[in-house]
Design a protein around this ligand. Structure first.
Ligand code: PLP
Length: 390
């Protein structure tokens, strides 16, 4: 299924013999580049890719990261940006012409939902949300000006699994370009381009950088689509800092180890929570009784490092469990080396009414766990003591 083979280490380290010189590529921490002569400047203008003008237009460290990310996603090309949201705004706008409409899954990252619901209409684009259950019939929702479909799988924080290939095929029939956020799964676990997506975005902030110490984003897709997004980025200005790119390149070298460990920890913790008398529900696609388990097993390599659970006793009990955690940090992110707990009603879904939460299938007492790389036994002991004390 995947365009990329193996565990991703080859994609990260590049094909062919190792380059001579420094084992770790040096960082081009510079805003601008000096030319030897007007003749060299002319070579740059004629498209010599070894030459650079100004970091917002191109930088060797950024390019190195783009090539690694394209290899990981099985894409022709990639573009790095200042944040996941810079990737979402620049990427989505690169697909649209004035008056176009965007269709968007009702279960997407909060920032993406706000972009679609609030910002696009302010700038003359139409937008509409499609219920999660109806994504496979997205053609029925498409109008004459519908141009793009935005969706994610697994969903946040409900961990529901969408049939990515089926939804992409249906979107294609309806003439929609598919914009897919692959942050939750990471490129090691899921290859949306191979399943039919047109443009894939990542928050580099999460598993790809992996150490909760920077903000960054990326787009992956065909040469043509990335060129269109790059053109827009140069003017919109959401360029990644070279030092952040250097740190992402460092993170990528252990991506396969971290993602595997996060998945193992998620499964071990999900099994523990599932059998705990004070837990009402656990959502993790790696559990055989999860409604999306078979689909996830078919379209993903592993099940990711995020799970959600609902302690018995409602939101007040969930807050007591959250407050009693001693090893797990109370923080909103995912994909890092530390395990993080968040309360979606107070973070990603803050301000949603009871009806909106119910429609999205979110129990207000949900605790989301984004697993890190700690010892599973330590994580289980921490969650166990927190549930007992709450
Ligand atoms: C974090 C996140 C984003 C936004 O990324 P930033 O780097 O914070 O701008 C988008 N989508 C998903 C799924 C995320 O988890």
């Amino acid at each position: 299924m995947a365009a990329r083979r193996g565990d991703g280490t080859r994609a990260v380290h590049g094909a062919g013999a190792p380059r001579p010189g420094p084992l770790v590529p040096p960082i081009a921490q510079t805003s601008t580049f000096a030319f030897a002569s007007s003749a060299e400047l002319h070579r740059y203008l004629e498209g010599d890719e070894e030459l650079h003008l100004y970091t917002r237009y191109g930088n060797p460290t950024l390019r190195e990261l783009e090539e690694r990310l394209a290899a990981l996603e099985g894409a022709e090309d990639a573009l790095v940006l200042a944040s996941g949201m810079a990737a979402a705004t620049t990427g989505l706008l690169s697909l649209l012409a004035p008056g176009d409409e965007v269709l968007c899954s009702a279960s997407v990252y909060g920032g993406t939902a706000r972009l679609v619901r609030e910002l696009l209409p302010r700038f003359g684009f139409a937008s509409r949300f499609v219920p999660f259950e109806e994504l496979a019939e997205v053609g029925r929702h498409a109008g004459p000006r519908s141009r793009a479909l935005v969706f994610e799988s697994p969903t946040n924080p409900t961990l529901r699994v969408v049939d990515v290939a089926r939804v992409c095929a249906e979107a294609r029939r309806a003439g929609l370009a598919v914009f897919f956020d692959n942050t939750f799964a990471s490129p090691l676990v899921q290859s949306p381009l191979a399943l039919g997506a047109d443009l894939v975005m990542h928050s580099l902030t999460k598993a790809l950088a992996g150490h909760s110490d920077l903000i960054g984003g990326a787009l992956c897709g065909s040469r043509e689509r990335i060129a269109a997004a790059r053109d827009l980025m140069k003017v919109m200005g959401g360029c990644l800092d070279p030092h952040a790119a250097f740190l992402v390149l460092r993170g990528l070298r252990t991506l396969h180890l971290r993602v595997a460990r996060q998945g193992e920890n998620a499964l071990a913790v999900a099994r523990f929570l599932e059998s705990h008398p004070k837990v009402a529900a656990v959502a993790y696609p790696g559990l055989p009784n999860h409604p999306g388990h078979a689909l996830a097993a078919a379209q993903m390599r592993g099940f990711g490092g995020v799970l959600a659970f609902v302690p018995r006793g409602g939101l007040a009990a969930a807050e007591r469990v959250y407050d009693a955690l001693e090893l797990v940090a109370r923080a909103a992110s995912l994909g890092g080396v530390e395990t993080l707990a968040s309360l979606p009603v107070h973070t990603s879904h803050h301000g949603w009414s009871a009806e909106q939460l119910a429609a999205a299938g979110i129990d207000p007492a949900t605790i989301r766990l984004a697993l890190g790389v700690e010892d599973a036994a330590d994580l289980i002991a921490d969650l166990g003591q927190a549930l007992e004390r709450a």
